[in-house]
Design a protein around this ligand. Structure first.
Ligand SMILES: NC(=O)c1ccc[n+]([C@@H]2O[C@H](COP(=O)([O-])OP(=O)(O)OC[C@H]3O[C@@H](n4cnc5c(N)ncnc54)[C@H](O)[C@@H]3O)[C@@H](O)[C@H]2O)c1
Length: 552
């Protein structure tokens, strides 16, 4: 077993780690020392000469050089990290997998006091240390929190004692064993955990916090067979009884009569206000189960365990639930925030390639919203992720993609939970995308595929309006090419696409709000002329498609 120590500067990782390793007679690695040894210079000088980016690159290299972990057996190595080592998702992927993680935590005021006595810290130089440490703690908390929390107020002897307990217990914490938890956050829209192979442990933890007497798993046959049953077994083994309600697979779950059956089943089970519904499945299942939870007894706790890429990066986060009517999709629903969202990228291993690729249409949208790191990730690894390449999972690229997208959604939704203002940016690519889906009767084209066409259309509109710079539009187009998305026009009825867009416009109070890529980020415009929209549709639709001659 190997132990990794994480936490803010001044929390005592080096001192406690060194003493603990010496006590056990095992090697101790201090990553900051390794970086200095390699560079032949102290860290403040590296910061001066290469900036924070240069230092972070060296830090990533030092983590990669740690080599494989010995996850089994007695304590074999102790590793102390720099406070910011956890920022990069790929660093956490390498550091946390197969290792036990201890998070040394103390109030910023105490840390500031300690650091005043210590050597120069570049991030604190010339600034109010308490303020900086508070900010650092708030922004990094979600990355430290997967570790077992150790009260670092106790000083080195107290911390060493706590580390002894962590190593001594074979407790089933989410950071040991075959799975890894990479992020854990308490947010205004529920607790979010993200990991790989950790769904059972994270779900048990979430149900424990809810003090659940029993859980009602709502799933559909495929997701249940592939993953749900195993998770239910683990929950039962953890001492929580599980009842099961299976809905139909896919969009067929999002019907009022299906919901009525589900509610009657909840009545038969005498489900109470404190019995959480655990939604295990993709976006359609999550939308239906979410609405079931919103409606039953006027709202019961909900835990999402999303099993598709669409659900992990989008639909499970944000609290929107809905069912369809013959008159349109998602017309009846509710905002009902989950208490917890358990994202486990290991569940995606069974996902068909087409679904995986289509979801990257949504990921490309988040990148186009202005996330440069996500853009670069998709350019480098998107094609491999789309193919379901095992190497893209093993390298941590898939987990990084899910984290960046899911967290982007958390941030947007937290700012605008009920779609009053800022959340509209998430509609990038959806003006045309939704029109295409509706014209296809929501059959034969997946949502993310339609969004990819919509993204190209938004670029064409933005170019025509002088909002989207040419190089930005080209970069987005090249990315979609690389992902194999929206590479061919669709043979859809142009009149039907226009009609669906007109309906959306009606629902938005008479103005269709176009989200358009800009120099950085996006702008929202409601004044897009009809001929500009027509030219954008030219690219999305096969020439001569029915309805092409109809005037706008
Ligand atoms: N609420 C929101 O904010 C929001 C956002 C985006 C999309 N959505 C909704 O999400 C739905 C689309 O999402 P989706 O594509 O995930 O839907 P889905 O639930 O229909 O799943 C797609 C298919 O994948 C299968 N599947 C699920 N998990 C699997 C796994 N791990 N391995 C193999 N197969 C698996 C399902 O059985 C299904 O056939 C739409 O109904 C859309 O309206 C909602």
């Amino acid at each position: 077993m190997e132990l990794v120590l994480v936490g803010l500067p001044g929390s005592g990782k080096s001192a406690a780690g060194r003493r603990f390793a010496a006590h056990h007679g095992v090697p101790f690695v201090d990553l900051d020392d390794e970086i200095e040894r390699h560079a032949g210079r102290p860290i403040p000088v590296i910061f001066d000469e290469e900036g924070e980016a240069g230092f972070r690159a060296r830090e990533t290299a030092a983590i990669a050089a740690l080599g494989p972990t010995r996850s089994e057996g007695p304590l074999a190595r102790v590793i102390a990290t720099g406070g910011g080592a956890v920022i990069a998702p790929r660093n956490r992927w390498r550091l946390y997998r197969g290792r036990r993680v201890a998070w040394l935590d103390a109030p910023p005021e105490v840390l500031a006091q300690r650091l005043r006595r210590g050597a120069g810290r570049p991030l604190l130089a010339g600034r109010d240390p308490i303020g900086v440490l508070r900010e650092l703690r708030a922004s990094r908390l979600r990355w430290y929190a997967p570790g077992m929390r150790v009260n670092a107020l106790a000083g080195t002897p107290g911390v060493v004692e706590a580390l002894e307990r962590i190593v001594g217990t074979a407790a089933n914490d989410a950071t040991g064993g075959p799975g890894v938890t990479l992020l854990r956050a308490e947010t205004p829209i529920g607790q979010i955990s993200l990991g790989h192979g950790d769904a059972a442990a994270a779900l048990l933890d979430a149900l424990g916090r809810l003090e659940a007497r029993r859980a009602i798993a709502v799933s559909e046959p495929r997701a249940w067979g592939l993953h749900g049953e195993r998770l239910a077994t683990a929950i039962r083994a953890g001492g929580i009884p599980v009842e099961t309600i299976l809905l139909p697979r896919g969009e067929a779950a999002k019907r009022l009569r299906v919901l009525e059956r589900a509610w009657r089943e909840l009545a038969r089970l005498r489900a109470e206000r404190g019995d959480p519904i655990v939604a295990i499945g993709g976006g359609a299942l999550g939308d239906a189960a979410g609405f079931a939870a919103a409606g039953w007894l006027r709202g019961v706790p909900l835990v999402h365990v999303p099993t598709t890429l669409v659900a992990q990066i989008d639909s499970a986060i944000g609290g929107k639930s809905a069912v369809d009517l013959p008159e349109g999709k998602n017309l009846v629903g509710a905002f009902h925030q989950p208490q917890a969202v358990v994202v486990d990228t290991g569940l995606l291993a069974t996902l068909p390639v087409r679904h995986r690729r289509a979801a990257l249409g949504e990921a490309a949208k988040y990148a186009a919203l202005g996330d440069e790191a996500l853009f670069a990730l998709l350019e480098a690894d998107g094609a491999a992720i789309a193919r379901g390449d095992g190497a893209a999972t093993e390298s941590g690229a898939l987990a990084e993609l899910v984290e960046r997208c899911a967290w982007a959604k958390v941030e947007v939704v937290t700012r605008d939970e009920r779609e009053q203002a800022g959340r509209v940016v998430l509609n990038l690519g959806h003006s045309v995308g939704h029109g295409l889906e509706a014209a296809a009767g929501f059959r034969g084209i997946l949502h993310g595929e339609a969004v990819a066409h919509g993204l190209r259309a938004a670029c064409a509109v933005g170019l025509a309006l002088g909002v989207t710079p040419g190089d930005r539009a080209e970069r987005i187009g090249r990315l979609l090419d690389r992902l194999g998305l929206a590479t061919r026009p669709l043979a859809l009825d142009r009149g039907a696409v226009r009609a669906a867009m007109a309906t959306d416009k009606k629902h938005q109070g008479g103005t269709l709000r176009w989200v358009l890529p800009a120099e950085t980020g996006v702008v929202v415009r409601s004044d897009v002329p009809g001929d500009v929209v027509e030219r954008a549709l030219d690219d999305a639709l096969t020439p001569g498609a029915p309805g092409a001659e109809v005037a706008p």
